[in-house]
Write a new protein. Structure first.
Length: 134
């Protein structure tokens, strides 16, 4: 199993909305590196859900429910999306500040390439994120 982190502004699409929806197509990714990460996702992979901009914290754990397929929201270009479904909210959110201070997590692409909306995590990073999230 692989591990990923996706970012969304809570005003645009929040964790609570994913929980309410039960499943969503993760559309709108328009960066080639992030798109390639979407294409590498496999059904059942774990996905950490990060609220960007206003909150800057990991709030929940989801999983890939459907592997990549064409993004119907793309008006042009070769873009992809995946379907995500919620697994659980973290008992304690994991802030960007805590991530930057943590020896295991400070190397996350979230810190190094903050503009990417879809990034991989190592198994050790995923384990640590779950430890911090309770």
């Amino acid at each position: 199993m692989n591990h990923w982190l996706v970012k969304s502004e809570p005003q645009a699409y929040a964790w609570s909305q994913l929980v309410k929806d039960g499943r969503t197509a993760w559309t709108g990714v328009r960066n080639f590196q992030a798109r390639n990460h979407l294409r590498a996702m496999k059904k059942g992979d774990s996905v950490f859900f990060y609220h960007s901009v206003s909150e800057k914290q990991v709030v929940g754990l989801a999983r890939v429910a459907r592997e990549f397929y064409p993004d119907a929201t793309a008006e042009e270009g070769d873009w992809s999306c995946v379907d995500l479904e919620p697994v659980k909210a973290l008992k304690k959110t994991v802030s960007l500040q805590a991530i930057k201070k943590d020896a295991v997590l400070r190397e996350l692409p979230l810190v190094k390439q903050s503009r990417l909306s879809v990034t991989p995590l190592t198994a050790a990073q995923a384990k640590r994120m779950l430890e911090l999230g309770g």
